[in-house]
Design a protein around this ligand. Structure first.
Ligand code: MEV
Length: 432
């Protein structure tokens, strides 16, 4: 592969994974001609110590911090929560906190933590017969995988069911064996992957086929969480500082929701707003946020049409009711949760005792985030609010000092022009 950097010698990276972090940093510094300041970026230790990071992934050369923040005002199932969020995007935390503040609180529900493992079986002569054979031996097969994780069984989890589907493509038929496992407080990938691997040889023996993939499915349709919240029309009217009355805001949000139902182009961005909140809490609590992302979007399309993960309606008093329902694959044992010091701190701040409680919190943040986006988009427009924070960043980039930042940002927002050029122009004026 050509790295496209002339001065870089690929040979220096041979056996990179076997080296100490310090040696790797030195190689990078040499090969990419890093300055003293750039080298300092790599060697600066963060809340995630190098010794821990180095055990988490391969080829570690440093750590990559994100802003770590907390959302406030959340009352979920009658309990107050302060919710840690790690995210680079301005406005997300403020929007979630504000949405929670003007809501009547969140009511939630969650399914049992049932995850799906898949085994793909090919080279089968008679798919119907193979399916029947597996089904006939179901009890025996479930007993076989029960032994994989005795701790899970002790806590009431473990393998619960086995289902077989016949799939067909242009090359012929294959089997999909789905193993349903109650993973309790775990995310479940480890348990499921071990169990499907254990099951595969027996499935091959029974079907005379070949088991290829043995892996968790991230489309966790049985492990969903739901949240519901009411925003009264009075609170909604008040939130626009008198620019719109409550009825207008309710109608505006309902219309915004209709747009997401009507077109996938909008539904995708609608769901992205939900994931802004969900991913931020997932990252702060050391979860596999890619698993949630994959599952969320797949679930959004599960009924054949990619749809919004939330829905909105009006109650009999004309107040806005928001609801969300989506798969939430997460755990409070294993993975990065136990090794990343900030993930542990987040768990302490949240005070959650089960993965289910965490799912209920996270799904509420997703709903709050989506509500906040719809409220702003359907009333005053996004850029105004966004621009205030963005303007400060631009002011800093243009060289504004600590005292000048707020003045330059305010003038740019007032002029409705937020750009480096404008910031420089304003700086020139105020420095005269
Ligand atoms: C931006 O990160 C998220 C939004 O685009 C979500 C939405 O449009 O609903 C504001």
């Amino acid at each position: 592969m050509d790295f496209g950097v002339d001065y870089m010698d690929k040979k220096s990276f041979a056996g990179f994974y076997k080296k100490e972090i310090k040696e790797r940093q030195e190689i990078l510094a040499k090969e990419f001609d890093l300055s003293k300041d750039e080298k300092a970026l790599l060697s600066k230790e963060s809340a995630l110590p190098f010794s821990v990071a180095n055990r988490m992934i391969e080829n570690v050369v440093g750590t990559f911090p994100l802003p770590y923040s907390v959302a406030t005002n959340f009352v979920i199932d009658g309990k107050d929560y302060i919710i840690p969020m790690a995210i680079e995007e301005p406005s997300v935390v403020a929007a979630a906190s504000n949405a929670a503040k003007i809501s009547n609180g969140f009511e939630t529900a969650a399914d049992e933590p049932i995850m799906i493992g898949q085994i793909q079986v090919i080279n089968i002569k008679d798919a119907e017969h193979a399916k029947n054979t597996i089904e006939h031996h179901k009890t025996e097969l479930l007993e076989l995988v029960e032994k994989v994780d005795p701790v899970l069984i002790k806590f009431g989890g473990g393998p619960k069911d086995l289902q077989v589907n016949i799939l067909e493509d242009e090359k012929g038929k294959m089997l999909e064996v789905q193993l349903l496992v109650d993973v309790r407080d775990a995310m479940g990938a480890n348990a499921i992957n071990t169990m499907t691997e254990k099951l595969a040889p027996k499935i091959e023996e029974l079907t005379k086929g070949k088991a290829i993939l043995k892996i968790i499915s991230n489309l966790a349709i049985y492990r969903r969480a739901q949240a519901k919240a009411v925003w009264t029309k009075d609170a909604l009217g008040g939130s626009t500082k008198g620019k719109f009355n409550g009825e207008e805001v309710v109608e505006a949000i309902l219309n915004a929701y209709r747009f997401a139902v009507a077109t996938q182009f909008r539904a995708t961005t609608h769901n992205k707003g939900i994931m802004n909140g969900i991913d931020a809490v997932m990252i702060a609590t050391g979860q596999d946020f890619r698993a949630i992302e994959a599952g969320a979007h797949s679930f959004a399309a599960y009924k054949g049409k990619y749809s919004p993960l939330t829905k909105y309606s009006k109650d009999k008093d004309g107040n806005l009711v928001g609801e969300i329902d989506m798969p939430l694959v997460l755990g409070i044992v294993g993975g990065a949760i136990k090794v990343h010091p900030l993930a542990q701190l987040s768990m302490k701040i949240l005070g959650v005792k089960t993965a289910e409680e965490l799912a209920r919190i996270i799904v509420s943040v997703g709903l709050a985030q989506n509500f906040a986006a719809l409220r702003v988009l359907s009333t005053e427009g996004l850029q105004k609010g966004h621009m205030r924070l963005h303007a400060k960043n631009i002011a800093v980039q243009a060289g504004a000092t600590k005292e000048e930042i707020d003045i330059v940002a305010a003038k740019m927002v007032e002029a409705k022009e937020v750009s480096q050029g404008k910031a420089e122009e304003i700086l020139g004026e105020i420095r005269k």
